[in-house]
Design a protein around this ligand. Structure first.
Ligand code: GCW
Length: 702
């Protein structure tokens, strides 16, 4: 059934465990739920639908309270909630909720309540999650509120419905039929996001098209905003820096030009007259060909603050991206090509790309207005299978930094490899910047607690398209889910998230849950092993970023070349970023530098990120670097075979359709793991000139 994938983690199928089903059936017999807003209406329908599917009980809201009654609402919508909140001095804030068993006039009741309407909707989804994951309902008292305010999906969707780095079909935004045609998918999208607490969506690609800011498109954007509003989902757009010239007829887009500033102010007034709760702008400027303030001799702060001023009167925010790598590098490359027509060549870029975002932004600390967030990718390069955390997280105390993760698996096997990303997200969130001493983890930088910043946000580049199952790979859904859950509460463990997702999406069967979650939890490290072990990175094919291409040395820009990143030579492998190399390490606090600056003590996961080490370098295991590389690539391949066996074993527990989809994708993944191993080992062997140890499979030329 095609709908098996479409339903995501919101399936509400009847509880299988007979004893538990009976307990749920008798604990959930009545409902007191007065609704006075669209949001509460949605919450009520969801609750009734969920309980009906899961237990078969069809609840009809009634006046008064009976035994085993759910009381849902806010202090404003329900007198019972009001008393409960007063008695317990509760206030769940703007978005939080409480789920609690209780007593009203001697009757056993269960509260799903919140200070605000949207909190009730989040509470309903949290309650249904309890049922869907078969949790006990006795003696409940759960209070929950998000740790980060703005939890946002960034769509890299173009107006022609292509999706940059999208692997799940076309964009779900059908600009052609909007605003009059409201696809059911828009509603289902908002509902899915609300179910995990995602409260914002940037509809358009950061490689922006100014036309989305014209009236013609804003009418369509408004239609989406109207659909999303009751689900607590705000709409944002990307703003192309040159829009005043492209669609405004101005001669310049200089952020200090009064005419330009006024143009943006009026544009914002126009947007807010149509969408009063518009979230704001996401801007990619002076990066990969996008125009920006530097084109006019101004700084990133000048650019961001111009938008900030235009948005501030309406309460909007600016998310200014820190994903830049210096124009000078590009210029140098162009000069080089000019003098080297026809030949191949690779001038080493003027500055290590690793260092460039920091070089440009750290000096601007404290220069951004109150409604600006600087959006920093998790690592210094670009969404690699593993990166050390971006040094910017420990370097800008006076700036509100937000995180950008990538859910779409651009460098992680795209739509075909099974990779659960929660461990990647957690690794970065838990990394210690030491910015204010030990314990200054990245999560505390972005949730505002380290420096007491009032505005906080986190973004995930969406992996959603119009494929029936939303994300192409059925397990891609888990990354959307994990992002939402971690954005709400970064303290949740990857294991807990995997467990929740598997139970809701597939089955509560013990064997199934154990097998599938262990596969998920291992999957990211497995991919690292067969793609980029020991700190290798950016050795994917240039442009598409899919298969292996460590040999490429003519990608058009020195710092797009895989050879720039791995630096293999007859001596060894890896990028020396210590003091006698590019010294990128100096961008970290001394405690962090100490973890990584010595090749003998550096965590081997990051070894080749920071060191150029000889082929016969002795690893902790006693293997040489070359042997360790052979070992890692082989273990990666073997582990994909293990995943295949595990998946085959769970066949009896789930529907044929999703079983087969994953089974076939794992076949592709297995072939491609071997492709990665063979390509990389054969290539690196041309430098190491060492044999592959006998116990490993020999790489093959194909
Ligand atoms: O990850 C890289 C991608 C580009 C992307 C860019 C960015 C949207 O290869 O496709 O462009 O980064 O994040 O801006």
């Amino acid at each position: 059934k095609a709908e098996d994938g479409y339903r995501l983690w919101l399936r509400y199928d009847k509880v299988q465990d007979a004893a538990l089903l009976q307990r749920y059936q008798s604990a959930l017999t009545a409902l007191s739920f007065y609704t006075s807003s669209a949001t509460l209406d949605i919450a009520k329908k969801e609750l009734i639908k969920g309980i009906s599917g899961l237990t078969g009980n069809r609840l009809r809201p009634r006046e008064g309270v009976t035994n085993n009654c759910i009381i849902a609402g806010t202090p404003a919508s329900s007198v019972f909630v009001k008393k409960f909140f007063q008695k317990n001095k509760l206030n769940t804030g703007n978005e939080g909720y409480v789920i609690s068993t209780g007593n009203v006039g001697g009757k056993k009741v269960l509260f799903i309540a919140a200070t605000k309407d949207i909190g009730v909707l989040y509470g309903v989804f949290a309650f249904l999650r309890l049922l869907q994951t078969n949790q006990p309902l006795e003696n409940l008292f759960m209070v929950s509120a998000p740790k980060i305010q703005n939890r946002i999906l960034d769509h890299w969707d173009n107006l022609n419905r292509t999706v940059e780095r999208g692997y799940a079909g076309a964009s779900i935004w059908n600009w052609h039929t909007l605003p009059d045609y409201i696809d059911q998918r828009y509603i289902d999208y908002a509902r899915a996001n609300a179910s995990v607490g995602i409260n914002g969506t940037v509809l358009t690609n950061v490689n922006a098209n100014a036309r989305v800011l014209t009236k013609t498109y804003l009418i369509k954007v408004k239609a989406l905003a109207d659909v999303f509003r009751p689900y607590g989902l705000k709409v944002y757009l990307t703003a192309k820096f040159s829009a005043p010239v492209e669609i405004g007829g101005l001669k310049t887009a200089d952020p200090l030009d009064p005419g330009v500033r006024n143009w943006w102010k009026e544009k914002c007034d126009e947007i807010y007259s149509m969408i009063p709760d518009f979230g704001g702008f996401l801007v990619k400027a002076n990066s990969e060909g996008q125009p920006g303030p530097q084109s006019y001799g101004r700084t990133h702060a000048d650019g961001a603050n111009m938008f900030a001023d235009a948005l501030a009167p309406h309460g909007g925010i600016v998310m200014w991206r820190a994903f830049v790598y210096d124009l000078r590098v590009q210029k140098e490359q162009e000069r080089f090509e000019e003098g080297n027509k026809g030949g191949h060549g690779n001038p080493i870029a003027a500055e290590d790309r690793f260092k460039q975002a920091y070089n440009e932004f750290a000096p601007l600390d404290g220069k951004f207005k109150k409604n600006v967030l600087l959006q920093v990718k998790n690592g210094p390069i670009d969404f690699q299978p593993r990166e050390p955390f971006s040094p910017l997280f420990g370097a800008m105390p006076e700036t509100q930094l937000m995180m950008e993760f990538q859910l779409t698996q651009e460098y992680l096997g795209q739509g075909t490899h099974l990779v659960f990303e929660a461990p990647l997200f957690k690794e970065v969130l838990d990394a210690d910047t030491y910015a204010r001493g030990m314990g200054s983890v990245v999560a505390k930088v972005i949730d505002g607690s380290l420096y007491h910043h009032p505005l906080t946000a986190i973004a995930g580049v969406a992996n959603i398209g119009n494929d029936i199952n939303w994300t192409g790979h059925p397990f891609g859904q888990a990354n959307w889910y994990a992002f939402g859950r971690l954005a709400w509460d970064h303290e949740l463990s990857s294991a807990r998230i995997a467990n929740e997702w598997v139970r809701q999406t597939f089955s509560n069967n013990r064997d199934f849950v154990t097998t599938t979650t262990s596969m998920m939890l291992a999957s990211r490290e497995i991919l690292v092993d067969y793609m980029t072990p020991l700190g290798l990175n950016h050795i994917m094919g240039t442009g598409h970023h899919y298969g292996p291409a460590p040999w490429v040395d003519n990608a058009g820009r020195a710092d797009w070349n895989p050879v720039y990143y791995h630096r293999a030579d007859s001596e060894g492998l890896g990028f020396n970023r210590t003091a006698n190399g590019s010294n990128a390490l100096a961008q970290y606090r001394p405690e962090v530098q100490k973890q990584w600056d010595n090749s003998r003590t550096c965590d081997e996961k990051y070894l080749l990120w920071f060191h150029h080490v000889p082929w016969n370098f002795k690893m902790h295991s006693g293997r040489s670097l070359w042997e360790a590389l052979c070992y890692k690539y082989n273990i990666g391949c073997d582990s994909v075979k293990w995943m295949q066996r595990e998946w085959n074993a769970v066949k009896p527990f789930i529907d044929e359709e999703r079983f087969k989809q994953v089974q076939q994708l794992l076949v592709i993944q297995e072939k491609e793991a071997v492709w990665w191993r063979d390509a990389c080992l054969l290539y690196f062997q041309t430098f190491s000139k060492m044999p592959v140890p006998a116990q490993y499979e020999k790489p093959q030329h194909t």
